[in-house]
Ligand binder design. Structure first.
Ligand SMILES: Cc1cc2nc3c(=O)[nH]c(=O)nc-3n(C[C@H](O)[C@H](O)[C@H](O)COP(=O)(O)O)c2cc1C
Length: 202
């Protein structure tokens, strides 16, 4: 049976979206059925429209990815969450998505699913690792099985973090994730798929 991997992300200027694509390609390479979905912006439309880079990124993402629904979480055997860093934390958009899970949580429907996370910052040491750790808290409340990349591939000695893939990018997508960043994300997606396959086979 193929593991079902959900890659769910929020991205304002498209960098986390690039990491999400690499996670999805990795999960496919690991034998999974994959859904990639985006969490929508919370900012008012007029604010987004007043910023050309943001508006373009929003339109591109709306054309490419379906909007995340709560039942996507129920569908998945494994969930890989992606967010830009906001003051060392996940973005409000992603937090609100997680805060809509109360009924799934109450029914234990997220328990024993595999969880993993990735992020980007604008600055080196700008909070990549702290942001990734903020996912480990709700994942623990859900009873998920956290599968981080660790140092399970040599690429982790060049990029990313043992907690999850990461990138240091330009805020307006002018400095995109590097090849090494994308390789970490690909490895993470593949590893999540492979480990999930072992778990659901039992
Ligand atoms: C409100 C706000 C807070 C941010 N906080 C941080 C931060 O703590 N550290 C950092 O390096 N970058 C920070 N950034 C920059 C974003 O993390 C960066 O623009 C993002 O990773 C780009 O990803 P995206 O292209 O997917 O939106 C912040 C940006 C905003 C708008």
């Amino acid at each position: 049976m193929k593991p079902k991997v959900l890659v769910v992300f929020y991205s304002r200027t498209g960098n986390v979206a690039k990491l999400a694509d690499a996670e999805a390609e990795g999960a496919l390479a690991g034998g999974a059925e994959v859904r990639v979905v985006r969490v929508d912006d919370l900012a008012p439309a007029e604010v987004i429209s007043s910023n050309e880079g943001w508006r373009q990124a929003r339109d591109t993402q709306r054309a490419k990815y379906p909007e995340a629904r709560i039942d996507d979480l129920e569908w998945a055997d494994a969930i890989i969450f992606g967010t830009p860093t906001r003051y060392g934390n996940m973005a409000a958009e992603m937090k609100l998505y997680l805060d809509k899970t109360a009924s799934l949580w109450a029914e234990g429907k997220l328990a024993n699913k595999v969880g993993s996370a990735f992020t980007s910052t604008a600055t080196t040491h700008g909070g990549n690792e702290t942001t990734l750790l903020t996912f480990f808290i709700p994942m623990s409340h859900f009873g998920m099985i956290i599968v981080p990349p660790g140092y399970t591939d040599p690429i982790l000695f060049q990029a990313g973090t043992p907690y999850g893939a990461s990138a240091v990018v330009g805020g307006r997508a002018d400095i995109p994730p590097t090849d090494a960043d994308l390789q970490v994300a690909h490895h993470q997606g593949k590893r999540v798929a492979e480990i999930t396959a072992k778990i659901i086979a039992k």
